[in-house]
Design a protein around this ligand. Sequence first.
Ligand code: HEM
Length: 457
Amino acid sequence: MKVLPTSTCFKNLYRQFHVQFTSGQYGEREGKYICIEQVGVISTWESTFTGVLTSKMIQQPEKEVINVNERLHLQDPAPLYDRLLKRGPFFNGTHWILTRHAHVNALLRNQAPSKRTGNEPLANSLRKNILFKDPPDHTRHRAAAQEFFSPRSMLLEEETITEVATRLIASVKEKRRMEFISEFASRLPVAIVADYLGVPEDKHDFLFGFARQFIFEFSNDPEMSDRGVSELRSYFTLNIDEFMRKASPGKLLEKLAEGHRNGMLAKEELIEMCVFLFAAGSETSGCLLGSGLLTLLQHPESLEAIRNNPNLIPNAIEEMLRYESPVPMTTMRSTTEPMEIDGLVIPEGRPVIGILAAANRDPEKFPNPGVFDIHRNTTGHFSFGGGIHYCLGASLVRLEAKVTFRILFEQLPDLRLDNGHLPGRWLRSMSGSNKGFAFHWRERVPTRGLEYLNLKW
Ligand code: HEM
C-alpha cells in the first residue's frame, strides 16, 4: 500500500497506469482531472500500485459524490439527477457521461457513434442483437420486426392485451389485496411477448427468470448476465423450427420467419431477435406499470382526474415515463470521430452514455421537472431513447399501460396502497426499517422498477 504524495503525482499516475477506481470516481473535464468523491481506494489495472486517496491529496474546487449504485440514489434518484444536470458532460473514469436534454439529444441523433462493444464474453454475446448493431446490419434487423410494432398494427393487439389484463385482475379480485409486481406488472408483458414469439404458457416463468438474470446482472456480473442470455438462446435454438411452423398469421414470429425466408435474417439472427425481444419486452414494461401506478397513487388529484376522464390516460403515461424513466440510461456508444458537445470535444474511440432519466428532468426542457403533471407537454422525453435505436416496442408498451390503467381503475375503483401487509418472502429478506412499507424500489440497475408494490381495495 502506498500513499499518493500530491495531486500532480496522482494525475501522472492516472495517465501512466490507467488507474481503475474501485471506490472513488474521478472526472475529466476541459483537460483537467477533478475529484468528485473525496475519499477512495484506487488500484491500477496492472496491480502494481494501490493507494489510499484522501481529500488532502487533491485540492480541487469541485467535489461531488456520484456513485449511481448507492442505495440512496436507487430509492430516490431525483437529487442525483439534479446534481448531474448542473455539472454538464463529464468523464467518470471509464465513460463520458451526458445528462442535459440538448446533449443527450445530440448523442442520440448522431449516427456516427458506434454500438460496437469490447471483447469480453457478454459483449461478444450482445453484439449479435439489434441494439448493439450499426447500420447496415442494424437497418436490416430492424426492418424485419418494424411493421409488427408500428402504432397501426398495435391497435389490433388491444383485444389480446385486454383479455390477459382482465384475467389477471379476476384472479385476485376476491382477495381484495395483491402484490402488484409479481401478480400483474411482470405477468402481463411476459404473457404478451411470449405469445408473440410462440412460447407456451408453462415456460413463461422459466424464461422470464433468465431474462431478469440477463438484465439485472448486466452491470454487476457480466458473466452471470451472459449465462442468462445463453439460456434464452438455447431455448429458442431448440424450439424455433416448431414455433415458426405454428406461428399465427400476422404475429411477430410470423413476420420474423418471413424475414428469414426472404433472406433478410439468417437463422442465428432470427434466434437473437427472439432472445432480445423476449428480454426487452418482458422486463421493462413491468417497471413502467409498477412505477406508473405508484406515482398515480401518490398523486390522488391526478388519479381522480383520470378516473373521471380516462382520455387523460395516454398523456399521463407519457408523464409517468418522463417522471420515473424505466430505462435510466442509454447503452454505451463509442465515438468514431471527435464529437463536440457544447464546446467540449470528446475524442475519437471513447465510450459515451446518455442519462435519459436526467435529460427527462432537465428544467430547460421540462419546467418544474420534479412536479408530476399529467397535463404537461411531454413531447421530447427520452424514455424510449431516440434516433435509429429508438425503442422498437414503444407502441406496445404504451398500449399495455393504457389497457392496464383503464382496467385497473374500472375493476378496482377503491384501489389504494397497502401499508400493513407484506408477503412472507419479503419479510424474510428485508431489514427491519422497511417492514410494513407498501413498496420498495429495486436495488439493481440498469432498469428502474419496484421490487414490490402492495395494494388493497
Ligand atoms: C417501458 C418499457 C420500455 C422502455 C422504457 C424501453 C426503453 C428502451 C430504450 C431507452 C432503448 C434504446 C437504448 C439505447 O439507445 O441505448 C430501447 C431499445 C429497444 N427496445 Fe425498448 N423499452 C421498453 C420496452 C420494450 C418492449 C416491450 C420491447 C419489445 C417487445 C422493446 C424492444 C426494444 C428493442 C428491440 C430495442 C432496440 C432498438 C434498436 O436498436 O433499433 N422495448 N428500449
